[in-house]
Ligand binder design. Structure first.
Ligand code: 5AD
Ligand code: SF4
Length: 426
């Protein structure tokens, strides 16, 4: 999500005639796209902005802008301005489309330009992102979130869920495929609720419509809230081989008590039923997830239930997070915040468990031939890399440029989470 937003920011800069450079000291403009979902993301942003103070003192013409969800939090734009008075532009998540005006305005005035829109406004349909991830391309289908999970700040900084018009999404997908992109990922905080309550097509219809665009490409989507993952979506995945057999379905916890406190609106057995439905139509589907440890009140027993669920589902990989208290959310005021050392121990155990699952699944690839979409060349390893439809990373050598090609690779070894193989003969 954030990478794609950065592409949109880069698109605005390109339109204004700026080109990218990888050295801050040579930059005419630096735009930070911040995230505040966890405290360490926020601290990371402060560290990076702080680093530019000396450079700005030397080069007063350099424009520094800070956008994204950090300044969108109540009171944060002002505190950012006080903390970093040398920042020229501060904007939020609802007015990225006005960045161009802010830059032009700043070029003509001394004063900082600070504008945060409290409400969502209209969806901007004419963005021209500067895409940096060929052969992969992301398309937003929804913005915002209505779920208010008790730990999460997203609904506060991104506002209520809005769905883009399906025709615009399909046009964007068609032109990306015409341009040669080989993998499309439909993005939203909860793609499953796309157009719920609207007359426009549902998410499963949209999936099928995008998949039916002519050409060889892969289709993925992210993220799915388990409560809205339906049989129709599972059927849609099974209906077209372009839709990858890989679903990211964040469970967060395996304890019903904690899931309730998180306001996730499902129990662990509801979640397992969703997996069952998915596997009924897509038996070989890889399932990945997000897990949080150390949510307020999480006992050893709750944590054991999370581990048990992880084992039962057999996730192919998982993002694991330590609960981070976010001011303004319901969980921030809950009693029994968990001590850091307990959370640290739990996350280490969980990472070990998840890595074990991932490693075992990687081993099962050895001796098999898989189709890789080549994404990049690793300069250090001097090998190409890409993923199979299940999202598993594989490395292989080739004497020609393979970026953007579908390549058959015979897997010879598994190296933890990734695979190493040789290009198969045609
Ligand atoms: N603390 C820890 N993890 C969080 N996430 C969201 N909010 C928090 C928080 N306050 C995680 C969830 C979500 C993922 C994108 O980030 O697991 O699925
Ligand atoms: Fe946050 Fe929950 Fe919305 Fe995901 S579904 S963005 S975790 S509130």
């Amino acid at each position: 999500m954030n990478v794609h937003e950065s592409e949109k920011i880069a698109g605005v800069l390109e339109e204004l005639g700026y080109t990218s450079c990888d050295d801050f000291s040579k930059a005419d403009i630096v735009v930070f796209n911040t995230c505040c979902i966890r405290e360490n993301a926020e601290n990371h942003a402060y560290g990076n902005i702080g680093m530019l103070k000396k450079l700005k003192a030397k080069n007063r013409d350099m424009i520094i802008a800070v956008g994204g969800c950090l300044p969108q939090q109540i009171g944060k734009a002002d505190s950012l301005h006080k903390k970093f008075p040398y920042v020229d532009i501060i904007f939020g998540t609802h007015n990225l489309n006005k960045l161009k005006d802010y830059i032009v305005k700043k070029q003509h005035q001394k004063k900082a330009v600070i504008e945060i829109m409290p409400s969502e406004g209209e969806i901007c349909e004419d963005e021209k992102p500067y895409r940096t991830s060929y052969p992969n391309a992301w398309i937003n289908i929804t913005y915002g979130c209505n779920n208010f999970c008790s730990y999460c700040i997203v609904p506060y900084v991104r506002g209520r869920e809005r769905s883009r018009n399906s025709e615009n999404i399909l046009n964007e997908a068609r032109s990306l495929i015409k341009e040669g992109y080989k993998e499309i990922t439909l993005l939203g905080q909860n793609v499953n609720s796309y157009n719920i309550g609207n007359e426009d097509m549902s998410f499963s219809q949209l999936l099928k419509a995008v998949a039916s665009i002519e050409g060889k490409f892969r289709l993925r989507f992210m993220t799915s809230h388990p409560k809205d993952f339906s049989e129709e979506i599972a059927q849609a995945i099974a209906s077209n081989s372009k839709i990858c057999h890989s679903v990211h379905l964040p469970v967060q916890s395996g304890s019903d008590r904690i899931l309730k406190a998180m306001n996730r609106k499902y129990t662990s057995s509801d979640y397992l039923k969703k997996i069952e439905i998915l596997k009924k139509y897509v038996p070989n589907c890889a399932v990945t997830t997000d897990l949080i440890v150390g949510f307020p009140g999480e006992t050893e027993e709750d944590f054991e239930e999370t581990k048990a669920l992880v084992k039962e589902v057999g996730f192919s990989s998982a993002f694991t997070f330590v609960y981070s208290k976010r001011e303004g959310t319901v969980a921030a005021n809950m009693p029994n915040q968990i001590p850091e050392e307990v959370s640290k121990r739990r996350i280490m155990e969980l990472v070990e468990l998840v890595n074990g699952l991932t490693r075992t699944q990687s081993q099962q690839y050895v001796g098999k031939k898989i189709e890789i979409l080549c994404e990049d060349f690793d300069e250090k390893k001097k090998t190409y890399l890409g993923r199979d439809e299940y999202g598993r990373m594989a490395y292989f050598e080739s004497d020609k440029n393979e970026k953007g090609n579908f390549v058959n690779v015979n897997i010879e070894s598994a190296n933890g989470i990734s695979l190493v193989g040789v290009k198969a003969g045609d």
